[in-house]
Design a protein around this ligand. Structure first.
Ligand code: FNR
Length: 188
């Protein structure tokens, strides 16, 4: 049994350290996880005015989430919360009312920062959003990554064995979390 994991990178930066982290996570993840990035950069700002007729980019977003068994959020911290682009994507996916794409979805969050608290505050903010969206969120382990260029290389290589092992264990826990949730709540 393999699981399809859709993942969001919460940054629109062409030099995103969180995209580098996503490469590292995919590299160390168990073989039975298949990853597809769900892009957020082309979405207009959400308004309920669109609910009657979602634009193509938003339909693609909801289709991609619908095709996933689980969702991984890899996000920076912006001003002690999540970037607006990521919140906007979540708002699109959560609507129209009654068609919340995240309902019962296994989720996990991880993030990298150049600051030492490693996106901890943003992740708490995101957990509150995901709770309201009725996801089945992995509460432990938590993963607050302090990013330094000597440890994380652009191709996803991790030069510090302890860090690589931590990321590997995190992804194994996520895999087990997905399996537990889908045993009780199989995707339709
Ligand atoms: C930041 N940064 C930042 N870092 C942090 O640890 N806590 C914070 O609240 C913020 N706030 C913040 C706001 C804005 C608008 C920017 C542009 C940056 C720094 C941030 O960690 C750094 O820019 C990372 O490189 C962002 O991740 P990506 O975009 O490279 O993946």
């Amino acid at each position: 049994m393999s699981y399809k994991v859709g993942y969001f990178v919460g940054s629109l930066s062409s030099t995103s350290i969180n995209r580098v982290l996503s490469k590292a996570l995919i590299r160390v993840a168990p073989d039975d996880l298949e990853f597809t990035e769900i892009p957020i950069g082309d979405l207009a700002l959400y308004s309920p005015d669109h609910d009657a007729d979602y634009p193509a980019e938003a339909r693609a977003l909801k289709d991609a989430i619908g095709a996933s068994d689980a969702i991984l959020f890899v996000t920076p911290e912006y001003n002690r919360s999540i970037p607006g682009a990521l919140k906007n994507a979540i708002d699109w996916a959560s609507r129209p009312w009654g068609e919340n794409s995240f309902d019962h979805m296994p989720t996990a969050v991880i993030g990298a920062s150049i600051g030492v608290i490693g996106t901890a505050v943003a992740q708490q903010s995101l957990r509150a959003v995901l709770a309201f969206c009725n996801t089945r969120h992995m509460t432990a382990p938590e993963a607050y990554i302090h990013f330094t260029e000597d440890v994380f290389h652009d191709d996803g290589t991790v030069t510090k064995p302890d860090t690589e092992e931590f990321l590997r264990a995190y992804m194994m826990e996520f895999r087990d979390h997905i399996q537990r949730v889908l045993t009780v709540l199989p995707r339709k």
